[in-house]
Design a protein around this ligand. Structure first.
Ligand code: MG
Ligand code: MG
Length: 260
């Protein structure tokens, strides 16, 4: 069943999603060649607990860490480890928190040092495709309008969209109905109603769309070993405009500063 959130619940979800957004910015401050994904995980867990939240992924279906860190050809669900980031890597950092009973969930793909231009273009398009989906998160539109907007933007740039992994509803549960595929047809699927909260999270590949799972039972990677990008925000269906509950604003500030 799909839960419709009250305005009070949306306010609470704004708080949990802002905590996720700020946690990702804290991670952003520490993205550099040489840092291990375990170190990023520790920084995120400490930041979440310092702000009275709980890491949402830790222990979820047995997941062992606070963050999912997915490097280069890893799409999602990478497990933080002693891997030290290298110049030229890209890393998707996915973070979930629980704050006063409500979940927040967002992801961002960071560049480590100097990243190849064609890979930077993949990141840019993936982020744009997320916002194309957000534009459709309005009452009266249908779920397929979101899915189609994401797919269309990614594919017209020559990339492929992962189909097996999807976005989802968010609320008092980390994953709620409905599923939000990153591909689909306009005018199909459920009608969007004010107060439905969705996590839109395009996973876009440079090469083919096909994926496989590592033997660790978690890490999803591209079958052709080419890079994949992933961006996620939580959005409530609004009456005239989407209500975006999480933000990349804090991350962008950090990334801008690092470039100066
Ligand atoms: Mg999610
Ligand atoms: Mg996520």
């Amino acid at each position: 069943m799909i839960f419709i959130k009250t305005d009070e619940e949306l306010r609470q979800m704004k708080d949990s999603n802002m905590l996720v957004s700020k946690t990702l910015a804290e991670v952003a401050k520490n993205i550099r060649a040489g840092v291990t994904t375990n170190e990023l995980d520790r920084i995120a867990e400490e930041f979440i607990r310092d702000h009275h939240g709980e890491p949402a992924f830790l222990g979820y279906n047995g997941f062992p860490k606070t963050l999912c860190t997915s490097v280069n050809s890893e799409v999602v669900h990478g497990i933080p480890s002693n891997y030290a980031l290298r110049d030229g890597d890209i890393i998707s950092v996915d973070c979930g928190v629980k704050l006063k009973g409500f979940y927040g969930d967002s992801a961002y793909t960071f560049e480590v040092g100097l990243v190849a231009e064609h890979v930077r273009a993949l990141l840019k398009t993936t982020r744009e495709s997320l916002f194309k989906g957000i534009e459709k998160t309005i009452e009266g539109k249908r779920l397929g309008d979101i899915s189609h907007a994401i797919q269309h933007h990614a594919e017209k740039a020559g990339y492929t969209v992962v189909r097996e992994m999807v976005g989802h509803g968010l609320g008092k549960n980390l994953h709620e109905e409905p599923e939000v595929p990153n591909y689909g047809k306009r005018g199909t699927g459920i009608k969007l109603k004010y107060g439905i909260v969705l996590c839109l999270e395009p996973m876009v590949n440079l090469g083919s769309r096909f994926i496989q799972q590592d033997e660790d039972g978690w890490t999803i990677r591209t079958r052709d070993n080419q890079p994949s990008a992933h961006f996620e925000l939580a959005v409530a269906v609004g009456k005239e405009e989407p209500i975006v509950l999480s933000t990349f604003e804090y991350i962008d500030e950090v990334v801008q500063k690092n470039l100066l």
